[in-house]
Design a protein around this ligand. Structure first.
Ligand SMILES: [Zn+2]
Length: 395
């Protein structure tokens, strides 16, 4: 290797260590309300993306009762460059957050709550996962609260378990108390945590843990359903899938993964109001592979997800608002139609026959496992390659 090339290589290596760089690369910068976005890719940004980011931050303020931080959040919306800052593919360093778009809503929670301090991972990750723009079931948490409390490294934490326990605490004590606990546990170690827990919540850690593990946990996540309502005509909802969707003011994307092997896609959401329970049929026809999915906005959790060119699916719904999401590939956008109507599918057992009533099961994968789809409203089969971050401060 030539000396010049070696110097360059070493220079890049140091710079890539995140702490060794005097300044960040000059990413194009988009100042939004309460958040500045630095964009590390060339692809066009879909029409509704920045609105969605701002709305998510406003929602976090309302949900947590914590005002937007000063300095405001810097979001480094990166693809492979994110690995220069975060070994796991997404992380938060104070109010600077680094991730692909898939994990933006999770990292935003870390960036927003950084002003309160740094509790241990069971709480920082539990709240971040609970407040993600997503919704999924955690039927059998893999870790107990005390097992999670012992973990000082977020990479050894089960995020689903953390989200589940955080939701339990919010349901039982209320969000203001959970936020108070968050601040009170700033840099408090595992041994001292139960004392602070008792002082803030007025309950013993052990007894709360025992009550929690005796329950079947509720679903977790905080699905954003602040999207236009699609009205039915004669009991049928119809939504065209059009080319150039990314330009639409309701489209969010591009979702780019962490490297070039990921097929970029964008999402578009509408809300449908299911008036009564029973069987419904969802039919999608598309010129190329596309994703279609439905997740309940409210309790209980129902829904499904598919990625194909044709879908003909009978689904059993309970009444309520559902977020209907259509996913199209950026480079190969689909043209077609989605139709949702009352009644069972015309051809029983047709391709796409219902496999499961919950998105997590329908996708056949857990969080982080290849093939998961419905969770987070992100449908692409490769989405699962991305694992949520640490959320820890810089090492
Ligand atoms: Zn996190």
């Amino acid at each position: 290797m030539h000396h010049a090339a070696l110097v360059l290589f070493v220079g890049l290596g140091l710079c890539g260590a995140a702490n060794g760089c005097a300044s960040d690369p000059a990413y194009p910068e988009y100042p939004l309300d309460g958040i500045t976005v630095f964009v590390g890719f060339e692809e066009p940004i879909c029409g509704g993306t920045f609105d969605w980011m701002e709305a998510r931050l406003r929602w976090l303020e309302a949900q947590t009762g914590v005002a937007v931080s000063i300095p405001s959040i810097s979001y480094y919306w990166l693809r492979e460059d994110v690995l220069d800052y975060c070994p796991t593919g997404a992380c938060a360093h104070g109010t600077k957050i680094y991730s692909p778009l898939e994990l933006f809503s999770h990292e935003l929670v870390h960036g927003h709550l950084f002003q309160l301090g740094r509790p241990r991972p069971w709480l920082t990750e539990g709240i971040a996962a609970m407040l993600e723009d997503s919704r999924w079931s955690v039927l059998e948490p893999a870790m107990t609260p005390s097992e999670m409390l012992a973990q000082s490294d977020a990479r050894r934490l089960d995020y689903d378990s953390a989200a589940s326990f955080a939701r339990y605490l919010r349901d039982r004590f209320g969000m203001p108390a959970v936020i108070e606990l968050y601040a009170a546990l700033d840099r408090v170690d595992a041994q001292e945590t139960p004392n602070v827990f008792l002082a803030v919540l007025g309950e013993d850690w052990r007894s709360v843990e025992e009550a929690y593990v005796a329950l079947t946990p509720d679903p977790v996540g905080s699905l954003n359903c602040d999207f236009p309502m699609l009205a039915p005509e004669a009991g049928t909802w119809t939504l065209p899938i059009a080319s150039a969707w990314c330009e639409n003011a309701a489209a969010v994307g591009p979702f780019l993964g962490l490297d070039a092997s990921f097929i970029p896609y964008s999402e578009r959401h509408v809300i449908v109001e299911i008036p009564e329970d029973g069987l419904y049929t969802l039919i999608m026809t598309s010129t190329t592979n596309a994703g279609v999915g439905v997740i309940a906005c409210d309790e209980p959790l129902d829904g499904f997800g598919r990625y194909n060119t044709h879908v003909n699916e009978s689904i059993e719904f309970v009444p309520g608002r559902k977020r209907l999401t259509i996913v199209t590939e950026v480079a190969n956008e689909a043209v077609g139609e989605v139709v949702l109507r009352r009644g069972p599918a015309a051809v029983p057992g047709a391709p796409g026959a219902r496999e499961s009533g919950t998105p997590g099961q329908a996708s056949g994968g857990e969080r982080g496992a290849p093939g998961r789809s419905a969770r987070g409203g992100a449908w692409h089969p490769r989405h699962g390659q991305i694992r949520a971050d640490s959320g820890r401060g810089p090492v």
